[in-house]
Design a protein around this ligand. Sequence first.
Ligand SMILES: Cc1cc2nc3c(=O)[nH]c(=O)nc-3n(C[C@H](O)[C@H](O)[C@H](O)COP(=O)(O)OP(=O)(O)OC[C@H]3O[C@@H](n4cnc5c(N)ncnc54)[C@H](O)[C@@H]3O)c2cc1C
Length: 367
Amino acid sequence: MCLLNSTKGLQMMAAEDKKRVVIVGGGIGGAFVAYSLQFVADVVLIDQKEYFEISWAGLRSMVEPSFAERSVINHTDYLPNARIIASSATSITDKEVFVSDGSSVPYDYLIVATGHKENIPKSRTERLGQYQAECEKIKSADTILIIGGGPTGVELAAEIAVDFPEKNLKLIHRGPRLMEFVGVKASQKALDWLTSKKVEVILQQSISMQALSEGVYQTSGGETIAADCHFMCTGKPIGSQWLKETVLAKSLDIHGRLMVDKHLRVRGFKNVFAVGDITDLQEIKQGYLAERHAHVTSKNLKLMLAGANESRLATYKPGSQLAIVSLGRKEGVAQLPFITISGCIPGLIKSGDLFVGKTRKELGLAP
Ligand SMILES: Cc1cc2nc3c(=O)[nH]c(=O)nc-3n(C[C@H](O)[C@H](O)[C@H](O)COP(=O)(O)OP(=O)(O)OC[C@H]3O[C@@H](n4cnc5c(N)ncnc54)[C@H](O)[C@@H]3O)c2cc1C
């Protein structure tokens, strides 16, 4: 028998003994799984960027760049005991993940959390610089066109309307109502609020992407909109394109979402989980639900790592249709289970700090 009598030796043995858990995607779902498992497994987080970002705080950061200092967090700050690979995953077999930096990472357990694909900078410093540049763009424009009336377009229009009330704001949306992911009442309340702030909302029209340039914009209805600059706030594609040629291809539904069982394991696999917006769960796609997926998945992985019986695995129950859209710093629209409200109460819940302090605390950081 070999006896290890140094601390280093013991630590090495522990690392070697631990099962490898690979997490692909460092948004809210992936970040919380990695945070929760980093001391019980050999955790590797593969994310296309070096940082985790509280995504819905980005619109505040566009009008107040210093806000991003707390909402853009290097992965290494909350993951002292995990390995980070800041590169895109390109493929998966039943044993390993291939990464665009040329490496391949074997896994015992895999979690796919690549919610949405976005072209954003790789480093935190570049991301903070981007917010600075976007704020300058807002400040130097008289007329601003926002393209897309989903939650991003609405929240951005509201941030600008509150912080820069002198700006002339126009929002164009292809659909018949704003924010189609929530009910009609919430859409109407957001529209009424924007209109009250003199934002011109143009529905059922789009802007031709081919002829997109600052200055003059052609709408699908043949109208011309003059604006000094624009912001694209159209939906981001689901981050599953890269899975289409992989061992998980048959587990994708027709919308490109990963089909999961009640334990959040990808259908057809015992050791592969999915969390967050990429899952096919019948619920609104929200970060607080991605966080809940992460808790159920972490619990199940801890049980599996301890050799627990399948019958002990935790079950996930899809969430309600709850959503809060912030309207500037003090107001909002909340769709609750039986009522939709707007004004200061939803504002008090979300719009001040946008859950940044809360999320930071949950990741073991100062709020
Ligand atoms: C304007 C707006 C406001 C919102 N407000 C709220 C709110 O108040 N509360 C709330 O709970 N939710 C809110 N949401 C929803 C919330 O942002 C999402 O539900 C949440 O971000 C989903 O998290 P996720 O981890 O599944 O995916 P994402 O946040 O999309 O993260 C996916 C991660 O995977 C990475 N990735 C993608 N492909 C690859 C690859 N091939 N290799 C490596 N990495 C990859 C990406 O870089 C990213 O880091 C809001 C959304 C919007 C647009």
